[in-house]
Design a protein around this ligand. Sequence first.
Ligand code: ADP
Ligand code: ZN
Length: 476
Amino acid sequence: METYQVVAVIGVLIFICYLFFKNKKSAQKEINNLNEIEYVSSSNMKFDDVAGNYEAKESLQEIVDFIKNPEKYSRLNARMPKGVMLYGSPGTGKTLMAKAMAGEAEVPFYAVSGSDFVQVYAGLGAGRIRNLFKKAKKSGKSVIFIDEIDAIGKKRMNGNMRGSDEGDRTLNALLTEMSGFADDSGIVVVAATNRIDTLDSALLRPGRFDRQIEIMLPDRNARKDILNLYLSKKKAKQDINLDNIADLTVYFSGAMIENLINEAALLAIREDSEDINEEHIKKAYLEILAGSEKKNLAENSRQKIVTSYHEAGHAFVSKYLMPDSKVIRVSVIPTSKGAGGYTLSTPNGSEVVTKKRIRNQLAVLMAGRVAEEIFFGKDNITIGAQNDIEKATSLAVDYIAKYGMDDDSAFVNLGILAEKLNIPLASVEKSVKNLAVEIYEEVINIIENNKEKVEKIAKMLIEKEVIHEDELISLL
Ligand code: ADP
Ligand code: ZN
């Protein structure tokens, strides 16, 4: 599954070319509330409010049954897990699932976040944990939900990676409390993390969070379920083709799909439309991934021409190397996210992530810059490839250090190697650069040999500003 998570990040390939920069004002202030940090509610969520995740729901249903009928289990002296660890990508519905559990069992839901327990005064974290359990025990049966458990339960590496006794104390308090309540108390602790691999193994031992359930990104069917769930809660046209939208949203999380439908609803309202239609959803999709397009493009400016060649490079190489991934839209209209243009394509979701595929993705990412270089000369390349370079670098590092796909790196995870031996990662740097140079040269060849075709796409872009999959195919 590891590979899928990474691909999820690359996800829907979107090549944004930064020709403009925007100042990001990230003046976020954190306020620490030192008093009450747990939120108690009676959850009215049910498993029906969670789409997909069929296996996880089944597993949790059993625990719900245990909370409701503990005597059924004590009859055979069966021990139910005291703790359940939900792990998986952000926005996949872990919190929702825990709430639904409390709702199904009809017990109070105590929600805290691991990050509430780190910081400030000595002993405060541990004290908060004890307090939380005291309250939960008073209310009898309940579900305690600890989000971001990794904040208190990080692995101790080389003796001192976590480096704080305070963290240890908080973690120990949690473990003590968990072994402190009776098996049939009807209290279940549910924790969530995006990174189970970083957790201290003490947390995962029997009697602690010994039931571990992966909550995965929704597959195609689950995406349809989630779409259905949220569309049915809003006023939507009956003829929306859910298969189309499910295809578009490969590697979307449940939270992203929920947001997509909400944005579509806002668009429909802005247009004074009776209900949400498929066009609204598609428009919202583009806005989420690429930003809204600014319609004030100077006619045939130098900028537009360069961007057209840059995007033509991405689009051509994408179709050339990965004919079955869809190039949904190529645009040279600047967007509100600061991109000068973009090429949006969805990968074929059922394809296995192979070495070849990652190399192709790297090639597509490089193709914008390569086109600029070939058509305008080495000295005239622009800053438009900034985002492409970021993505390509991170993908190339994974190729070498994580997946061991380089001939030189053998069957070795270089990150672990460097950490265990406490040595610098110099060899990765060299391998990554070599890989980048090798693929860059391949892309130069592809574009040199297909110059007229790339130019055709560029000219069409200069004229039309936006082209779609079908136009691209008939052009080629
Ligand atoms: P996590 O805890 O895994 O980060 P959340 O449970 O907070 O994710 O999900 C955020 C929101 O996304 C939910 O409140 C819900 O609206 C939506 N969502 C995510 N996954 C699902 C799902 N499987 N079914 C329905 N809604 C979902
Ligand atoms: Zn680009």
